[in-house]
Design a protein around this ligand. Structure first.
Ligand code: PEP
Ligand code: MN
Length: 361
């Protein structure tokens, strides 16, 4: 896509903003006071470039707070006037687009649950024809790069010229550390294909907690992301949605203050290409490590079970089966028997050691 190779930088969307762009505000608008106070306190940090608030909330399960609706746009509009900062909201339907435009919203974003559905993305794209407002597109819930690119293309084809991506992590069964696994290799690959596409990281929805936000935000900047979107609330524990991951506005200011903004790598093609591959390798290694940890947790449970049922640790027949299966699977994906054997022996030994600890403690 020609046009997607020539996108303007996000720092050109508004005068005077610099990398990293910081977007913050509540997960959901709840009351006029909450929106205004959050936004005023964000403004006071001097570190925030754009205000966010969820107006219509797509919730995974029914019965949760589904957003305050259009009235919240009036509060956000007041916050925009009071702070002088631009605003952004999530839109999922043509009606949302109309409402947001009517209330002077400056940037629209498409949420993860919308990006997965081409019908919805097309509806939003059609509503945007003839309206050139910047649009940020979150990755789909599932790790499908083409689906993300498809949504970006639909918005671009509607004539929108200021487009960016938001990386908010991916739902992954069995994932424990993150609410949505970052799987950094996906945004890295997106950036490799569209080097000019502005990229924002959303540590709040990746982490699902407060204590990892800073670490993930720093990691994103180290991968040359252009900015971050962090949810904030005047009373995070009592937020009507995503309470666990929201922080007070002042904490956003502190985190942004502590973020180290490194110079982006020399834009020499081969060098930046190599560093993109290296980042991919690092991220796969991180994921392998996390999987090992999950595997060892199961080994410990087995240890407990064997202890309770008085079964010996080494089950020779089971070990032979594992080895045979792994050889045949490994051959199919081009891994040598030698590698598989070394790898499995090391893993098996570690499992035995972990079981041993449980059984003999
Ligand atoms: C949000 O930003 O509040 C939100 C709903 O995020 P996501 O679409 O990433 O789940
Ligand atoms: Mn949220």
């Amino acid at each position: 896509m020609e046009a997607l190779q020539k996108l303007p930088a996000i720092t050109d969307w508004f005068p005077g903003v610099e990398r990293p762009i910081v977007i913050s505000g509540p997960c959901s608008a709840e009351s006029e006071e909450q929106v205004l106070e959050t936004c005023m306190r964000l403004k006071a940090t001097g570190k925030v470039d754009m205000l966010r608030a969820g107006i219509w909330k797509p919730r995974t399960r029914p019965g949760n707070f589904e957003g305050i609706g259009s009235i919240g746009l009036k509060w956000l509009q007041k916050a925009k006037v009071a702070t002088g900062l631009p605003t952004t909201v999530e839109v999922a339907t043509a009606a949302h687009v109309q409402e947001a435009l009517k209330h002077g919203v400056d940037v629209l974003w498409i949420g993860a649950r919308t990006t997965v559905n081409p019908f919805s993305v097309q509806e939003v794209a059609d509503a945007l024809k003839g309206v050139d407002i910047p649009v940020l597109i979150k990755n789909p819930i599932n790790a499908d790069l083409d689906l993300w690119i498809g949504a970006i293309e639909r918005i671009q084809q509607a004539g929108v010229t200021q487009i960016g991506g938001i990386h908010r992590g991916f739902a992954k069964y069995g994932e424990k550390q993150y609410r949505n696994a970052p799987q950094w290799q996906l945004p890295i690959e997106l950036k490799r294909r569209f080097p000019n596409l502005p990229m924002i990281c959303d540590p709040s929805h990746i982490c699902g907690n407060r204590h990892m936000l800073f670490e993930v935000a720093q990691e994103a900047l180290d991968l040359n992301f252009d900015g971050v979107m962090i949810e904030s609330h005047i009373d995070p524990d009592n937020a009507w949605s995503d309470a666990k991951q929201q922080v007070v506005p002042e904490r956003v200011g502190e985190m942004v203050n502590d973020l180290v903004v490194r110079n982006t790598a020399p834009q020499n093609g081969s060098l930046s290409g190599l560093s993109a591959f290296r980042s991919q390798i690092d991220k796969y290694d991180d994921e392998i490590m996390a999987l090992f940890a999950q595997r060892m947790e199961v080994a410990q449970k087995i240890g407990q079970y064997k202890k309770e049922n008085n079964i010996s640790i080494l089950q020779t027949k089971r070990w032979e089966e594992i080895l045979e299966k792994a050889f045949s699977k490994g051959r199919k994906v081009g891994l040598s028997d030698e590698f598989i054997e070394k790898y499995l022996k090391a893993v098996h030994q570690e499992s035995i050691d972990q079981q041993n600890k449980i059984m003999n403690k």
